[in-house]
Design a protein around this ligand. Structure first.
Ligand SMILES: Cc1cc2nc3c(=O)[nH]c(=O)nc-3n(C[C@H](O)[C@H](O)[C@H](O)COP(=O)(O)O)c2cc1C
Length: 183
């Protein structure tokens, strides 16, 4: 039976969504992947072998209701070229974690953030990793950031990098399957 991975993401402007899809593609050689979002049901998680969770960096960390609202308002300004995702007004990662139980499942965290020193930009993935651990997950990789421009556009190489990051994660968790052998 194929191992199962779930990619949970939050995205206001679509960049984290694109990264989540690329991560799903990178995991896809080893895992049967679902990217059901921005919610995943307890049943989805309970029989997952890997859960990957990411969101945008807002105010140096994970988004909050106020920063999500600010993101929607910024996109609504007439001069803004940004469009919000259909799910942007729904629950964010923080809400999702708030109602989440404990899962002894392997996990990894990622974020999107502005290209620059992390000490200046912050990185939501650290908080995501912390919350994953608090919910019993076994965090098996360093938090990873994928970079956007100051205009909130994903930098061109980042979907390929996300795919490769995910493929390495898959290979680390299921080495025999990544080599194409099934036992
Ligand atoms: C309210 C708000 C606050 C932000 N604060 C930060 C920040 O502190 N550091 C950073 O790197 N990026 C910051 N950003 C940029 C976001 O990281 C960027 O919009 C996000 O990565 C795009 O992902 P998305 O398209 O999935 O929403 C902020 C964006 C918004 C809307």
């Amino acid at each position: 039976m194929m191992m199962r991975a779930v990619v949970v993401y939050e995205s206001m402007y679509g960049n984290t969504h694109r990264v989540a899809d690329a991560i799903g593609a990178g995991l896809g050689t080893v895992f049967d992947v679902t990217v059901p979002v921005p919610q995943a049901s307890p049943a989805d998680l309970a029989d997952a072998d890997l859960v990957v969770v990411g969101g945008p960096t807002h105010a140096h960390g994970m988004s909050r209701p106020a920063t999500r609202k600010a993101a929607v308002e910024a996109a609504a300004k007439p001069a803004s070229p940004l469009q919000v995702e259909p799910d942007a007004l729904g629950p964010g990662l923080r809400d999702w974690f708030g109602s989440l139980g404990h899962y002894p499942v392997k996990a990894a965290a990622f974020d999107t953030r502005i290209h620059g020193p992390a000490a200046l930009t912050g990185r939501a993935s650290r908080a995501v990793a912390r919350l994953l651990r608090a919910h019993g997950f076994d965090v098996v990789a360093e938090p990873e950031s994928f970079l956007v421009t100051r205009q909130d556009r994903l930098e061109p190489q980042e979907t390929a990098r996300a795919r490769e990051w995910a493929a390495r994660l898959a290979a680390a968790i299921a080495p025999s399957q990544a080599q194409g052998t099934r036992s």
